[in-house]
Design a protein around this ligand. Structure first.
Ligand code: DX5
Ligand code: ZN
Length: 213
């Protein structure tokens, strides 16, 4: 079994019982915890902010994988780093100076990730891969959980994988389940975000296991 990092997205969790929902995936051998931050501008939805990340940090040992779907992410890097983010992923489409944001994130000892939306060509970001710890290939239009997986987005992994260093984490997010996870790992993904598939499952341990196998 190859090592795949599974990062359950709490966007599909019961927010009224967040601690319990986090413990549930922690006990089920999740590797990271995926936190979707949306600002109502970069994407049409509004979700979680800095204070919630701060509180989550107190109740889990899982590394916090924070996905910033916001405009001007550079304004919030320090706040999310201080709140306890272990990985901070911003969107390529939301910044004008990739190198500057990556340097800023790393200056706090946080892993730097960059994400691309479905319509962004991998060619645009290949030059930045050596700077990054993680590249996130969105397999749905960012904004909402529970959408249908877009296979043509997953195909972009092939081009990224062909030039990426061995230790670059290639993550996918959107519509991931046991079947679509297999497609992505065959293309070369080694980190899987899943919201609905994990949180709406009656057996969370089995759901996470099925993504790893
Ligand atoms: C979508 C978010 C995802 C979302 C995935 O914009 O970035 O992390 O929670 O949800 P599922 O796995 O249900 O597609
Ligand atoms: Zn996400």
């Amino acid at each position: 079994m190859s090592k795949v990092i599974v990062s359950p997205s709490i966007l599909s969790a019961d927010f009224a019982n967040l601690e319990r929902e986090i413990k549930k995936v922690e006990d089920a051998c999740a590797d990271w915890l995926h936190i979707d931050v949306m600002d109502g501008h970069f994407v049409p939805n509004i979700t979680i902010g800095v204070p919630v990340v701060q509180s989550i940090k107190k109740v889990t040992q899982l590394p916090l994988d924070v996905h910033l779907m916001i405009e001007n992410p550079e304004k919030y890097v320090k706040a999310f780093a201080d709140a306890g983010a272990d990985i901070l992923t911003f969107h390529y489409e939301a910044v004008s100076d990739v190198e500057k944001v990556v340097t800023q994130i790393k200056s706090y000892g946080v892993k730097a990730g960059m994400s691309i939306k479905p319509k962004t060509s991998p060619k645009e970001v290949l030059q930045y891969l050596p700077l990054l710890d993680l590249i996130l290939v969105m397999t749905v239009e960012p904004g909402f959980g529970g959408q249908k997986f877009m296979e043509d987005c997953a195909e972009k992994i092939t081009e990224i994988k062909s030039v990426a260093a061995e230790d670059l984490i290639i993550q996918v997010d959107g519509g991931i389940n046991a079947q679509t996870a297999r497609i992505c790992t065959q293309f070369g993904a080694n980190s899987l975000v899943a919201g609905n598939y994990i949180y709406k499952s009656s057996d969370v341990t089995q759901a996470i296991y099925s993504l790893k196998s």
